[in-house]
Every structure is written in structure tokens, then in C-alpha cells.
Design a protein around this ligand. Structure first.
Ligand SMILES: [Zn+2]
Length: 438
């Protein structure tokens, strides 16, 4: 049986629209100024070379130094605002209402009525986490170059470098940062590893490390990256991460965790407690690469076992949440209540982290912590299934399950409880124009 759900896909590029074919020629190439052979020769795009921490340097050692300015942040936001002025976005996200829902966790609700309009529902196959790349479908080589912000690569020097006018070298297949034309927040961008290699949506070690580098470079805990697998509300089968700024702590970041184990490389793996979606948190490690490898190996295990999942890269790349989910499967099997389906909310990484993007005014106005919790509880695996999946992951990354079992009745000092922040502090963190209003 093939499980499918009908849904309205979100446009992430202006060239994803059916009517893109009608766009007239604009000079040479196919007329779209795209990234394929028709338009690519001679193209240039700023290149941001990040400092390569992998060369024998640990994250901890690097922390003693001053972080290398908010260089990446300025670049992302400067370029993003430039594209906003050029009218490349489908709607003005800064005009979307946002509020913090009263309660212990501070779920954030956004009313976004424009995101899913003017599109026909499409059938998404949700029962296969790994699907081959299909060049005939929309992919990021078809975006207009004006939607790209910069190339993002490891610097060949031991420092950050910016080349404003770098050629796009098809031989090197650069990783690029592009706008999401349907933003859900200020500075919402996409990181597309090795864009010209046309990788399907699946995590591999190098791509995940690249995403961690971006989080570390941004050096702002309010700039997070997220990943949705196929079957967990990714809409495009071309490898990409999303990222944006939101100056509040996400509910998932406030949830208490309990340590399960520490790997040989020093990566601590914890289980989330008292949060509606069951998941694992990863932190520490002797280097950024150690942390990246443990998480990406866990993701690869889920992919190979056909278990849909979402990933949130939090705290400047120092803390990562991995959440296997089953909402789309339940939806396809008709096991989700009509009440929840009517909201048309797609619980992808941002919703699971506690930033609820709501499509109907009544859901926004009536938003409560209990409602958010109820939706997210449907996304989560059951406790029994979650333990099974955790055991699969631990086997894949060569940790004994026994260790896991011993630690679950662990000592109280293993319980890391971060108390929710009071609202006043959240207001004080309001630094960008579209952040949660006071
Ligand atoms: Zn072209």
C-alpha cells in the first residue's frame, strides 16, 4: 500500500509556480536566470568562507576567543532585506501577527493566512523517507539567481573570508543560501548543500556538518536551523535545511531532559521529558564534527529504517534535537481527528519546536497551550515505539541499549531542568523588527 496525503505545498521559490513557464525571456539562457547550464556560465555570487573548525580545533577551545563578529548574521539579514525590497517574497511576513501563548512553555503562535493560498492541493507520498531525486520536479537548480544570497563554504584560510564577486564554479558544486519566498519569520533562508549535485532530501555527514557550521558561524542562539525529512513535511525532495531568526526561547529548548549516555567522543545524549513530542537531545563532543557525526549517523539510521523525523539545530549548533514523528502516516491512515485536520497545520520542525504557524484566524485567536500540546501529542511516537526507535539508533551508533536502560532510572542530578523564562525577559530580547510584539 502506498500512503499519500493531499496537501497544499508551500512555495519556497518563485519558480516553483506552474505559471513560471510563462515568464518571458530575460536575456540569454532559458529566461529564468536559473542555476542550470542554460544560465549558469559566467554567473557570480558572494562567497562566505567560514573558519574551518574541523582542522584539529575543538569547539571548547574556540569558545575562549571572541566570536568572529556577527558577520554572517549581517550578511544574511542585509541580503534578505535587499530581496524584500526587490519584492521577491510572496507576502510581507513582517505584517503577520505573532504572539506568545500564555502558559508554562510559551508556545509562539503566528497567523499566516497567505502561505498556502493560490495553490492546488498536491498528493505527497508520505510513506517513504528516502526517494530518488527527480529532475522533472521542482528543485533548487530551477530557482532564479536573484533568490540566492551567497555561497557558503569552508574557508581555505584559518579565518572568515568574504568574496563579494565570486564566480559560481559548477565543478565545485557550491553550497548556497537562498531566500524562502514564503518566509515564516524575519530572515528565513534555505541552506542547500552542493546545490548542483542534486542530492535528494536525506542527511549525510558532510551536509549535516555544514549546517552545524552555519549555526556556529551565526553565533546567535536565536538563529536556528531546521530539517524535515520526507514523510515529516518536507515538500521538496532536494537536500535543504531551513533557518531563521526568532528572539525568544522555543518551548522545546525549555523542556527538561534526562541524560541517557555520553559517547566516547563526549557527545551527551538525553531524552526529552515533559514535552508533547518525544525526542532526543544531543550536545557537547570534543569537536563540532564529533557532534555532527553522532547526530547525522542517528538520522541516517532513521532514514534507513524509513522513520520520518525532524531536526532542530539550536544554541548556535551546540544543542540538537532529533524527533522521529508519525503525523503524516496517521493522517494518511485516517487516524487524525477532523478537528486537528481542519486547522491544516503541518507539524514540521518549527511547529514541533513550539513555533506554531496557524492558517486560520480562529485558531490564532483561540490558541492555547493545551491546543498546541494536543496537536503535537499526535505528532509524537508512542512511548513504546520511541524506546524501540531509540534502541535502533543506539545500535546504529554502537552504544549499548543496556546503558540506556540503566540510565533511565538515573540519579536526580541527571535531570537538567531549565525553568521557563518570564515574559519580561522575552520582551527584552526583542531585537529584530518582526519579533514577537511586546
Ligand atoms: Zn536557465
Amino acid at each position: 500500500m502506498m500512503l499519500k496525503i493531499k496537501r497544499v505545498p508551500t512555495l519556497v521559490s518563485n519558480f516553483q509556480k506552474d505559471e513560471a513557464d510563462e515568464i518571458g525571456a530575460r536575456g540569454a539562457g532559458c529566461g529564468r536566470n536559473c542555476l542550470r547550464n542554460c544560465c549558469l556560465p559566467g554567473s557570480k555570487l558572494p562567497l562566505y568562507g567560514f573558519k574551518n573548525l574541523s582542522y584539529g580545533k575543538s569547539v571548547a577551545a574556540d569558545e575562549t576567543k571572541e566570536s568572529p563578529i556577527d558577520f554572517l548574521e549581517s550578511l544574511v539579514l542585509g541580503e534578505w532585506e535587499d530581496r524584500q525590497q526587490k519584492g521577491l517574497f510572496r507576502y510581507d511576513v513582517t505584517a503577520c501577527e505573532t504572539k506568545v501563548i500564555p502558559g508554562e512553555y510559551g508556545f509562539v503562535a503566528q497567523l499566516n493566512e497567505g502561505r498556502h493560498l493560490k495553490k492546488r492541493p498536491t498528493e505527497f507520498r508520505v510513506d517513504k523517507v528516502l526517494q530518488p531525486f527527480d529532475g522533472s520536479k521542482f528543485n533548487f537548480t530551477k530557482v532564479g539567481q536573484e533568490e540566492l544570497l551567497f555561497q557558503f563554504e569552508a574557508s581555505e584560510e584559518d579565518e572568515v573570508q568574504l568574496y563579494p564577486d565570486a564566480p559560481i564554479d559548477p565543478e565545485k558544486s557550491p553550497s548556497v543560501v537562498a531566500i524562502n519566498v514564503s518566509p515564516i519569520e524575519y530572515g528565513h533562508v534555505l541552506l542547500i548543500p552542493k546545490v548542483l549535485e542534486c542530492l535528494p532530501q536525506r542527511i549525510d555527514r558532510d551536509s549535516f556538518l555544514l549546517a552545524l557550521h552555519m549555526a556556529a558561524e551565526a553565533a546567535n542562539p536565536y538563529f536556528r536551523l531546521g530539517y524535515n525529512s520526507l514523510g515529516a513535511f518536507a515538500t521538496i525532495n532536494h537536500l535543504h535545511f531551513q533557518a531563521y531568526f526568532l528572539a525568544v526561547q522555543f518551548p522545546i529548548e525549555k523542556a527538561p531532559t534526562q541524560k541517557i549516555t555520553v559517547t566516547d567522543a563526549g557527545v551527551k545524549i538525553s531524552e526529552m521529558l515533559n514535552y508533547p513530542v518525544r525526542g532526543l537531545a544531543f550536545e557537547g563532543g570534543n569537536s563540532l564534527e564529533d557532534l555532527a557525526n553522532v547526530v547525522s549517523d542517528s538520522c541516517i539510521c532513521l532514514q534507513e529504517n524509513n522513520i520520518p523525523y525532524n531536526v532542530l539545530i539550536s544554541d548556535s549548533g551546540k544543542r540538537i534535537f532529533l524527533l522521529p514523528q508519525c503525523y503524516a502516516e496517521k493522517q494518511a491512515l485516517g487516524e487524525v481527528s477532523a478537528e486537528l485536520l481542519d486547522t491544516q497545520v503541518n507539524p514540521a520542525v518549527w511547529e514541533i519546536s513550539g513555533h506554531m504557524v496557524l492558517k486560520r484566524k480562529e485558531d490564532y485567536e483561540g490558541a492555547t497551550e493545551a491546543n498546541a500540546w494536543r496537536l503535537l501529542a499526535e505528532v509524537s511516537l508512542s512511548e513504546a515505539r520511541f524506546q524501540e526507535v531509540t534502541a535502533l539508533i543506539f545500535e546504529a551508533i554502537s552504544l549499548s541499549v543496556e546503558e540506556n536502560e540503566n540510565a533511565t532510572d538515573g540519579s536526580p542530578e541527571d535531570l537538567d531542568v531549565t525553568p521557563p523564562q518570564p515574559m519580561e525577559e522575552i520582551d527584552g530580547l526583542n531585537t529584530h523588527s518582526t519579533m514577537v510584539p511586546a
